[in-house]
Design a protein around this ligand. Sequence first.
Ligand SMILES: Nc1ncnc2c1ncn2[C@@H]1O[C@H](COP(=O)(O)OP(=O)(O)OP(=O)(O)O)[C@@H](O)[C@H]1O
Length: 560
Amino acid sequence: MTPVQHKVLTEMKTLTDDCLVQAKTGTGKTIAFLLPALQTLLKNSNLPKGQVGVLVLSPTRELALQIAKECDQLTASLNKPIECHTAFGGTQRATALKKFNSGSPSVLVATPGRLKDYLSDPAIQSRFSNMQCLILDEADTMLERGFLADVKRILETLPPKSSGWQGMCFSATVPDKIQDVIHNILRTPYAQISTVDKNEAPTAVNVPQFSLIVPSITKQLPTLLALVNEEYKEDPENFKVIVFNSTANGAALLYHAFRNLIPGLKTWQIQSRMNQNARTLTTEEFKEAKTGILFASDVVGRGMDFPNVSHVIQVGVPMSSEQYIHRVGRTARAGNSGRAIILLTQDESSFVQYNRTFPIKPYPVKISAEATALEPAIEQQMAKVDPDVKRKAYQAFLGFNKDNLRQHKGNKEAIVQIANDFAFAMGCDEIPMVEKRIVGKMGLKGVKGLNIGTDPGAGQGSHAKGRGGGEGRMQNQNSNAGNGLLNTGARPGASGGASAAADMRGVDSSRGFHSGAPTGRGGRGGRGAGGRGRGRGGKRPLAPSAGSSTTDLASKRRAE
Ligand SMILES: Nc1ncnc2c1ncn2[C@@H]1O[C@H](COP(=O)(O)OP(=O)(O)OP(=O)(O)O)[C@@H](O)[C@H]1O
């Protein structure tokens, strides 16, 4: 047993007690909640066929699948098998439902969006009437703004708490504010179990953590490449890395920028704009891989157990202090060691100061000269990246930073300027166009420096060929992307509730109830903005912001 497993099995008065359990990332919480729940099922073998006895809620599809697999492994050698089903978005609803309806789903692992969908059918709802145990994995995020409404809706359709079901909440992070809503799941007094010392750093043990600060956004990509090269050469045989970015389109951009830049290393991307098959395949491949780089958004920021990840690199600030902890926790799992590096611009560096309890030290190797030398390689690669990938990354960057760069709050022009520097660093010839209604939703109406366009015609834009609803969903993400908490860090433990859920649930909620129709505002027809510079703002030459250090790239490009 790991410590958390030992404590859960020995410190609760009975295994059916309500409990709130905190233990660091990668310390075996999944088995710690599955064992008591399965024991309850085995003891009450009179669960009517077809009834769900144990319900596990997970914030992401990948995590739901992983929990179900762990459950199957635990029950594999039982004489009487226990069926564990999954319900999450992005999969064939009809097929999963048919299996659910004809099987004995004693355990169901679900994401909130799809479960809500299931429960809107009274016939399915009745199959939860004997529920004995409800588990919230990643409980703090499940009880935050982004998911709380769904969880409350789900609770309204499940048997009332007075019917006696056990509530179990597990996470590596338990911010104080969780106390305000935990009564929805747990009845006071509930068991409070923690393996984390209050005076201890909340991050996983065995992870040296470093920050690498670059003067401006234009240095970010070359520095990332220099950093990867630097770390790779230390132990190429075991170099298995996750590079996180806080937006789905930002992660996609990094993948496209880097996929051909590190010879000999396989690269993947995983983010919520990908279809579920591609996400599942990537998850499986990266789990199996010995080396390689996964460029990821927060869809795999929590809970995912990729074996032997040697490094976690975060590019830009995470959505919250908690999210930092969970991302770092993708390495050094189950007693292994790992390294974590956060790459920040000067503007973002206050994240480290505000989170002083995190043992983050300055990156020990000077790599700025290498980064400068790598600028041409980045430029060349960027020239090959689809302009639409850049445009989406620009817009996501704008939305995320508008909400999160605290030191610029109130100075929207400064945020736009940084976003334009980012566009410049991506090698855009002009400021990427942002649709007028999206500018309005971002609260950037009237702000100088934007290239605002009106809807230039359905289906004409280059991104219209992408997945439907791109714009609407992107805006959805951006408008939720944090609430200014992360840089405050003044509230360590504060978290961007909605933001933490944004990337994850943007997808789960992307299908309407029953209809399976996309609900993204953009719609399938690609109502979004199209070709660059076609909007009212017209073509705007892209120049570096005054006082920024973009001039090196700028002058090079002008010379070319
Ligand atoms: N008792 C054990 N002995 C050895 N390995 C274990 C044990 N329990 C769990 N593990 C393994 O440890 C790894 C991490 O477990 P798990 O994913 O449950 O961690 P977690 O605490 O839920 O992490 P996170 O907070 O990131 O969700 C998994 O590969 C799991 O199979």
